[in-house]
Design a protein around this ligand. Structure first.
Ligand SMILES: Cc1ncc(COP(=O)(O)O)c(C=O)c1O
Length: 541
């Protein structure tokens, strides 16, 4: 029998009477009026809605309790344990048509029982990519920090909103502490910041803050009639810069891509020249993005020299440290970001190299004030300045352009508590060592050719040259054939499901593999297997 919830929702079938006699039906938490069990909405038919009975029925019913335990057990067993075990699949891949048959996707008018819901969860896990698997080497997010996951569970279960202190008191204070700690790693004594909906979004915050600094009226009047603003970023920077320029009305044509060296690092003299050229053409440069850890090749732009150029031209310097920013925790590698303290703003994604659950993105500014100045709109229903129980400056929501903002600080805060900065450092140093190990192995191995002179960050970019091409002189024919190798190996690898690595072309060079390391579960033996498996998959090509 189906019941109807407080909001008129129909609940899944299940027990109609709970053992504790609360009357919670159908395995749900039971916010029902008696009359609603038979499908009525609103007050019961035998009189007024019995408020007392409703109150007695709050809380998890036994069957809902069991369902949640079953789901958690499945997550622990099938995601966390299995993903980390050798021999398990990274992906059980099915093409869309077959996958749609395997999973009962149709949403119906009638409820389904818990067994069926649990089965949907299991199949979802089975056919999803296990990004915590040691052989998932495909993307910049890898692994799963259990403390981060615990922080995510707790904050998701509380289901509140990081806009006001009254709605999220603990998370507001945690965010302040996370921001303070990140600023101190950068070397800023009194910065500001927030967490938000991913790196791309927060890179846009950098652009918007810069525009607001130089053209504060544009927040109100828009860009109509203003000068042609241009922003500068390296040719290897993330595409969120171009997206941001489009989204914010700067215009994608007004993104100037600055040349890089052979390691994918922006050339400061080229930046200076590009700024001079733009000015000579009557444009107004206002923002420079430097990347610490480019997406494909892992390049770290030289921040000190770029800061000199920005200082000379009085431009806002933003650092996109989404991928490579974790080196700030490492005494061995933080030199890659020397000069970072001279930036105006910075974005870092601990959900990448530190294995925290997506999304975990921190945006910080050197000074207090720009975030609120650029973004605030002062909604009076939330941000009343005359609140009595606390100082309204703790209502942090107006620093963001989001109203509803996830309580992300807890996962980072709990993980930081659990590992300490020294634990993060060990993680970073380990994955850097792995990258060096793989690079050293590949340069000495027949059939492998490096794209870059050494690992950059933990990105290892290489071609596999199969036996049939190994004696062939390099030239257009060789390049054409080599371009076809990575897609075929990738296809075979996906079907087998035992490892995942990404391939892509880059301007002027054929498709190559980009392997990235961020998971401390990955070992040197895993990388040995990876290399041999590439050889096996490409042996007949
Ligand atoms: C360098 C860099 N910046 C920004 C981003 C965007 O971050 P997000 O995926 O959180 O939007 C990425 C994503 O891979 C990146 O590599």
């Amino acid at each position: 029998m189906a019941g109807t919830g407080m909001n008129g929702r129909i609940e899944p079938n299940g027990d109609t009477q709970t053992p504790n006699g609360t009357g919670s039906i159908n395995g749900h938490s039971g916010l029902y009026c008696a009359g609603e069990r038979n499908g009525h909405m609103g007050p019961s038919t035998n009189g007024a809605c019995p408020e007392k009975a409703v109150k007695q029925m709050r809380g998890l019913s036994p069957s809902m309790n069991k369902f949640l335990h079953d789901v958690f057990d499945t997550v622990l067993e099938d995601v966390l344990k299995k993903s980390a075990s050798a021999g398990s699949k990274v992906i059980d891949f099915l093409p869309p048509a077959e996958l749609s048959k395997r999973i009962d996707l149709e949403l119906r008018d009638d409820p389904e029982p818990h067994e069926s819901l649990l089965d949907h969860c299991k199949k979802t896990i089975q056919h999803s990519v296990k990004t915590g698997h040691p052989m998932f080497l495909n993307q910049l997010y890898q692994g799963m920090d259990p403390y981060g996951l615990a922080g995510q569970f707790v904050s998701d279960s509380l289901n509140t909103n990081l806009h006001t202190y009254e709605a999220a008191p603990v998370f507001v204070l945690m965010e302040q502490e996370v921001v303070r700690k990140v600023c101190s790693l950068i070397g800023w004594p009194a910065g500001d910041g927030l967490m938000g909906a991913g790196g791309s979004m927060l890179n846009m915050f950098g652009i918007n803050l810069a525009r607001h600094k130089y053209f504060p009226d544009m927040k109100k009047t828009g860009m109509h009639g203003g000068p042609r603003l241009v922003l500068l970023t390296s040719a290897e920077s993330h595409y969120s810069m171009t997206k941001g320029a489009g989204f914010l009305g700067i215009g994608t044509d007004n993104v100037i891509k600055v040349k890089c060296d052979e390691r994918g690092q922006m050339l400061p003299e080229e930046l200076d020249k590009a700024i001079e050229d733009a000015k000579a053409q009557g444009s107004v440069p206002f923002f420079v993005n430097a990347t610490s850890g480019t997406t494909v090749t892992g390049g770290y732009d030289p921040l000190g020299a770029i800061a000199d150029v920005c200082q000379k031209h009085r431009l806002w310097l933003h650092v996109d440290a989404a991928w490579g920013g974790s080196v700030l925790t490492s005494r061995k590698h933080r030199g890659l970001m020397a000069g970072v303290e001279r930036a105006d703003s910075l974005l870092w994604n601990p959900h990448k190299m530190l294995s925290l659950p997506l999304q975990c993105s921190v945006f910080v500014t050197r000074e207090q004030g720009p975030l609120k100045a650029a973004h605030a709109s002062g909604a009076t229903y939330l941000f009343q300045a005359d609140k009595i129980s606390y100082d309204a400056s703790y209502d942090v929501g107006d620093k963001s352009i989001q109203c509803g903002r996830k309580t992300d600080p807890m996962k980072l805060w709990l993980s930081w508590k659990a590992h300490g900065t020294r634990g993060f450092e060990k993680h970073v140093d380990y994955v850097f060592e792995l990258a060096q190990y793989l690079h050293d192995k590949l340069i000495n191995r027949k059939g492998f050719k490096m794209v870059l002179p050494g690992p950059n960050c933990t990105n290892v970019c290489f071609w596999y040259v199969p036996p049939s091409l190994q004696g062939m002189p390099e030239g257009p024919e060789f390049t054409k054939k080599l371009d076809q190798v990575a897609p075929v190996i990738k296809d075979r690898m996906t079907k087998k499901g035992n490892m995942m690595v990404q391939y892509q072309p880059l301007e002027g060079v054929p498709n190559f593999f980009r392997l990235v390391l961020a998971n401390t579960e990955t070992t040197r033996q895993d990388l040995d297997f990876f290399v041999e498996e590439i050889e096996r998959l490409g042996a007949d090509l």
